[in-house]
Ligand binder design. Structure first.
Ligand code: SF4
Ligand code: SF4
Ligand code: SF4
Length: 577
């Protein structure tokens, strides 16, 4: 690799030719503040916060886009640089509503941090402000352009998803971010992945919070409130309480939810196992001739909505299995209510999920088991963290507690659902045993890792099984096009809308650019799940005693009529506009 030598603040640095000053500085552990830049997502040199001085040259340059040169002398902290950054932040704040006290991003806001660092505490540039109404049109996201800094990180994140339903509208002072024809996000073919939210440096994009409804249900004596938590939450919730990234906080998470007032706290890994039982059965049937192949996984609602909007011709290829969230809701409002003599309308079901798309999914009418939603509220990891803080629970001091019976036990197969490749590996563990009862295979390491597209071929009971895994919808569309053109031929494809899967979902704790620059969030969070899986004695979904119980007592066997009625679903063609 060709390199160039330069100095940054007098420190000798060697950097790859073609890299930017910002990349060279950060690789040498020299921080340059930035705002619109976001590693792997957005690099447009728009905000000018990352300006630096080059010795012997006039003016300032944006470090995020300016390439390193041999012998260059970079100065990142001169009076001229600091004054320029301060003015830039003052100008940004001159059209910002500054409602920091009640903003959900307060203390986790890159703009607030910059204002503090540069001593911006007064309105130097007073004048007209562009006041815009909130966009509350979708089931999952609120856009508050009164807080937007026009960094365009959300636009880049949406473009990376091969969707681009948001863009920059109008010019000059009237510039703002929104959808075509000034429509609300809810009227657009947005899939709800929330990748724009986790890219946003401030409080302009947030999930539609539903914590108030959950508090109301908890204080209602007529409601039995049950929570269940998705596999990835244990690997990310600790970040909201300053625990190291990648900490498995399962026990404290359960203890915290119990202290919020939940009547029961269940483990959604159970319905991840249930999904695998149904999905592996469906795959084997399709391979044996029922088709069509490839079969796409259907546990990610962002991906499902993407197919419904952008590739409706592929709907027959989607597994008919509901997602683990929706299966849990159906199990609770049918089997669990019947067994415990509860009117389903008195059971208030709260899922805790890494995801904003699941807030849309809970309202899908075709997934109901009665004249009510099976899951009442889907809370993101961030909303759960806020509830825990609101209740003044000292999360890190909590003891480790276990999930409640009867949905406590699950397998490693269910647990790894939270990472890209996890659903595929869990399905392969079970399908292999279905095709060959003597097969003991549990590790399918070729489908692990954070690569956007992974492929593998396995020979099981004499049958060659070709699989692919995509995370991030840009990668998914690349795979679909290859399948459609006949260039690629698989039996099963796992797709997760979020790059890296649910551990990097749109509802997860938001880490700033400076953290994302040095930590591979996808890999570190996923490791927490794979480490836990490796230590488990039950690693294949069919080995779970809870799975055995629900089939013996209710659903009979995977793919049977009652299982189909409650655990499978249909899809709708939605159109691109
Ligand atoms: S939720 Fe996803 S699809 Fe919708 S605007 Fe944000 S990034 Fe784009
Ligand atoms: S909504 Fe957030 S990410 Fe998008 S341009 Fe505004 S501040 Fe940037
Ligand atoms: S990958 Fe996970 S977090 Fe992202 S949209 Fe899909 S289910 Fe939700």
């Amino acid at each position: 690799m060709e390199t160039v030598k330069l100095t940054i603040n007098g420190i000798p640095v060697e950097a790859p030719k073609g890299s930017t000053i910002l990349e060279a500085a950060r690789a040498a552990n020299i921080e340059i503040p930035s705002l619109c830049y976001l590693k792997d997502v957005n690099c447009i040199g728009a905000c000018r916060v990352c300006v630096v001085e080059l010795k012997g040259r006039n003016g300032l340059v944006a470090a995020c886009v300016y390439p390193v040169e041999e012998g260059m002398e970079v100065l990142t902290n001169t009076p001229k640089v600091r004054a320029s950054r301060k003015t830039t932040i003052e100008l940004i704040l001159s059209n910002h509503n500054k409602k920091c006290l009640s903003c959900v991003r307060s203390n986790n806001c890159e703009l607030q941090k910059l204002a503090l660092a540069y001593g911006v505490d007064e309105d130097r540039f007073k004048g007209e402000k562009e006041l815009t109404p909130l966009d509350t049109s979708s089931a999952y996201i609120i856009r508050d352009n009164n807080k937007c800094v026009l960094c365009r990180r959300c636009i880049a994140a949406c473009k990376n998803q091969n969707i681009s339903v948001i863009g920059s509208i109008r010019r000059g002072f009237a510039t703002h971010i929104g959808c075509a024809f000034e429509n609300g996000l809810g009227e657009s073919p947005c899939v709800g992945c929330g990748q724009c939210i986790v890219a946003c440096p401030c409080g302009a994009l947030t999930e539609k919070s539903q914590t108030a409804e959950v508090w109301n249900a908890i204080s209602n004596p007529d409601k039995k409130v049950v929570f269940f938590t998705a596999p990835s939450i244990r690997a990310t919730l600790g970040e909201a309480f300053d625990m190291p990234i990648g900490t498995n906080a399962e026990g404290k998470m359960v203890a915290a939810i119990r202290r919020l007032g939940a009547d029961s706290v269940f483990n959604m890994d159970f319905t991840a196992d249930l999904t695998i039982m149904e999905e592996a059965t469906e795959l084997v049937e399709r391979i044996k001739g029922a088709g069509p192949l490839p079969m796409f996984t259907s546990c990610c609602p962002g991906w499902v909505k993407y197919v419904e909007h952008y590739y409706p011709e592929m709907i027959p290829h989607l597994s008919t299995c509901k997602s683990p969230q929706q299966m849990f809701g159906a199990v609770l409002k049918s089997y669990y209510c019947q067994k415990n003599n509860i009117d389903p309308k008195d059971l208030f079901v709260v899922s805790v999920i890494p995801c904003t798309a699941k807030k849309f999914e809970v309202g899908r009418e075709e997934q109901r088991t009665g004249d009510y939603d099976d899951v009442d509220i889907a809370l993101t990891t961030r909303e759960l963290a806020r509830m825990i803080k609101e209740a003044a629970i000292q999360f890190t001091d909590l003891p480790d507690e276990k999930f409640d019976d009867p949905f406590e036990t699950a397998t490693g197969g269910g647990l790894i659902f939270g990472a890209t490749g996890g659903v595929m590996e869990a399905a392969l563990r079970t399908a292999a045993a279905m095709l060959d009862s003597t097969c003991e295979l549990v590790d399918f390491k070729e489908v692990r890792g954070t690569a956007g597209i992974k492929e593998a071929t396995y020979t099981i009971a004499g049958t060659e099984v070709r699989v692919a895994v995509a995370s991030g919808l840009g990668n998914a569309s690349e795979l679909i096009e290859k399948v459609k053109s006949g260039e690629k031929d698989y039996h099963m494809i796992e797709v997760m809308a979020c790059p890296g899967g649910c551990i990097n979902g749109g509802g997860q704790p938001i880490q700033s650019d400076s953290v994302r620059n040095t930590v591979d969030l996808k890999a570190v969070r996923a490791k927490a799940l794979y480490d836990a899986d490796a230590k488990m004695t039950l690693r294949r979904s069919q080995e779970s005693p809870v799975i055995k119980m629900v089939y013996d007592e209710y659903f009979e066997a995977p793919g049977k009529p009652l299982a189909h009625k409650y655990l499978h679903t249909t899809y709708v063609e939605r159109g691109r506009f």
